[in-house]
Design a protein around this ligand. Structure first.
Ligand code: BJW
Length: 235
């Protein structure tokens, strides 16, 4: 990387673009999820309170769809990096699909939650969940039919932020892959990483909103850029 600082600790942030080539819709692209649904209706606690059936159906459909999709070369390359990198690597994903873990990634934080989890708003328990929620199944822990998708909506606090910021503070390299940089706090990680002295690299189909904050931007499909970058690091 041509840096003075030794490269040891890496934090990778991924977004919907890393799963696009697996056939999972992104949010903000043409034809993406936010063109088909109003964000305020399906991705806020207020929208859920107003029309729970609409929201549960939206997530039931996506939960079913991801189970028919497979990890692509980008997910696999990131799992390979975790297995072979001699330093510290933390993968932070905004994605709610499970393609990173199915590709083999283990040090992984789902900051916006997981499609394959249901969360009981009565007793706070979380359960692995592959089926629908629209028919209001009882919570396996307390029996109350109060399960919702375990995903982070606008206005809710993303998960495990302390661990994420601690890893960014130690990072020598911060890499953002396939995210538009439109949603905070994830969009602000590049600022934090720069302040901590990390080199910042973006891999994306097109420039993200915060592109100017990165030292380097490589533009192209994740299935090509990510394996090439991993190869370069492990060489
Ligand atoms: C490819 C590719 C290929 C395509 N190869 N690339 C003003 C300032 C700061 C913050 C705020 C603010 N106003 C409001 C806020 C807060 C708000 C926010 O950020 N709003 C913005 C709209 C401004 N944020 C929040 O509310 C967050 N919570 C929070 O801040 O808590 C603190 C707090 C709480 C309470 C009170 C006060 C403070 C929570 C955000 C939750 C986001 N949730 C969602 C839904 C999750 C569940 C679900 O899946 O339905 O998360 S929204 C959606 O966007 C989803 C994603 O994780 C997230 C990011 O999207 P992503 O991944 O970037 O996807 P896209 O589609 O946008 O981009 C895809 C990219 O891939 C593009 O760039 C393509 O080019 C690229 N690409 N194909 C490589 N093949």
């Amino acid at each position: 990387m041509g840096d003075m600082r030794a490269l040891r600790n890496i934090v990778v942030l991924t977004g919907a673009g890393v799963s696009a080539e697996s056939g999972i819709d992104t949010f903000r692209s043409a034809g993406g999820l936010w063109e088909q649904h109003r964000v305020e209706d399906v991705a806020t606690p207020e929208g859920f309170a107003r029309d729970p059936d609409l929201v549960l159906r939206f997530y039931d459909m996506r939960r079913a769809a991801i189970q028919t999709r497979q990890p692509n070369a980008a997910h696999l390359a990131l799992a390979r990096l975790e297995a072979e990198w001699p330093g510290e690597l933390l993968l932070v994903t905004q994605n709610v699909d499970d393609l990173h873990e199915r590709a083999g990634s283990r040090r992984l934080i789902h900051m916006h939650g997981e499609h394959l989890n249901a969360w009981c708003s009565a007793c706070d328990a979380r359960h692995g969940w592959t089926g629908p929620l629209i028919d209001r199944p009882p919570c396996p822990a307390c029996g109350v039919p109060a399960l919702r998708p375990d995903v982070v909506w606008f206005g809710e606090m993303p998960y495990r932020m302390d661990e994420i910021y601690a890893a960014i503070a130690r990072a020598d390299l911060f890499v953002s892959i396939g995210t538009s940089g439109a949603v905070y706090p994830a969009a602000g990680f590049v600022h934090t990483a720069r302040e901590a002295g990390a080199r910042c690299l973006e891999l994306n189909l097109e420039r993200s909103q915060g592109s100017g904050w990165f030292h380097e931007s490589r533009l192209g499909p994740a299935s090509e850029l990510v394996p090439a970058w991993v190869e370069e690091l492990l060489r």
